[in-house]
Design a protein around this ligand. Sequence first.
Ligand code: ADP
Length: 541
Amino acid sequence: NIGRSQMCVDEQGNPFILMEEQAAKKRLQGIQAHKANILAASAVAQTVRSSMGPRGMDKMVVGPDGDVIVTNDGATILEKMDVDHHIAKLLVELSKSQDDEIGDGTTGIVVIAGALLDGAMDLIEKGIHPLRIATGYEKACSIAVQRVEEIARKVDIHADDGEALKKAARTALGSKVVSGRKDQLAKICVQAVLAVADLSRLDVNFDLIKVEGKVGGKLEDTHLIHGIVIDKDFSHPQMPKVVNDAKMCILTCPFEPPKPKTKHKLDIRSGEDYKKMYEIEQAYFRTQIQHIKNAGCNLVICQWGFDDEANHLLYQAGLPAVRWVGGVELELIAIATGGRIVPRFEEITAEKLGKAGIVREITFGTTKDTMLVIEGCDKSKAVTVLVRGGNQMVVDEAKRCLHDANCCVRNLIRDPRVVPGGGASEMAASLAVLSAADQEQTIDQYSMKAFAQALDTIPMALAENSGLSSIGEMATVKGLQETTQNAWHGVDCMQVGTTDMWEQSVYEACASKCSQLRLATQVVKMILKIDDVITSADVMQ
Ligand code: ADP
């Protein structure tokens, strides 16, 4: 293409022609672009479909360094999958936004979006314009959300020791790798969230819930600590392992005498000199320790290290100490105990000390690992869930599962309405959309029908993953919903013997389901509007 070329001259004066590289650009337009986009996105949706529900499969994702994670969480699978296709990335983002916003339902949302796109593909082939499909989907989405809100039931989150919250957390955990211990973990989640929840503002500050993992032990050894845990130990092995009624000074200055800096020389010529220096050093340490003790402190938390000499003196003075505490942890301790971070020894005063009911060292099995637990903090309600598990993979996955369950409990504190799981909400919404489609006079009726069909993918996937006949099971349950006029009938994945999800206590937060429908529809609409994809060669795979 000479029109896009340029004549140039190099340093030696030789002319050359600079041409724009046309062949390197790839461009898809119109229906071709729509189809390619939809295919890519639904391929992503297919990969997570089999991991839905209590009987869903887990995925193993091998990272670029050969590190392995095993997970069932949709957002994590997609995040780690290293998706290259630009449109497929939108689905990854979709799952992430559900994760950020709600925290649970990240697999479901991608499956719904995939199904909506598949439906759109059929309609495009029939000749309906993508924008018409988008409007139809939007109409259908508001009907679906309305129906889901209609069938929601309000639960009393305080009744019976938060039983309703536990049931919802159990549903969230039931489909995860840790499902064997869901009762215990659900209890921990509810206790943790309620401990930090601000019930007057109906919100939960997740910064106050720390989830720490420690490899070793069993999953059932996971427990809740009403305080903070830091990965440190007391500096001297003979210091007491427990400090009751702790008053701690939090230091950012090193526990050592001032050192000569580079430009100064210390002239020690005789044993006498050396002794003198030693005595000065000792005196220095002693005044420091005395200063701390005078302030009423009985535990030293120090950002820096100190040598054996200082360590021994601290031990002799009966002043337990912790050294090399990182900046972030130091701040956490300061916030939780109400102490001030002190940069100089001279500045330590009684009111700058942090207070805690008990500080103790905990050990694990036969390993040398120890952790420091600070409980009964003065200023903060912060809690820590200490997750145990046979290996790093289990611990990591358990942490992710706890996050989902915590989010689920938080959502119910914000809005205590629940909707049935097991695909019941989707089927009820599907029936409502279908009947609205029958009333619809415009061409939108086709896309509304497609929307209803897409919603059915959830119960079908749940049934399929549980080894049941997907269409058969869905048809039976849907029939049941119609005849009994009870929208709480869903797929009995665990073969408990009843399809009533209220009886099975399988329910999820209403907010989560509505957000799934809304976000999925939004992204699908966006994908349907793209009709021109221009990619430079180096990004094309
Ligand atoms: P997500 O990441 O979307 O939460 P999950 O793999 O956790 O995906 O699966 C959640 C789906 O499984 C929800 O639709 C929920 O209703 C359903 N589910 C969970 N537990 C049960 C159960 N015991 N019986 C039937 N359905 C269940």
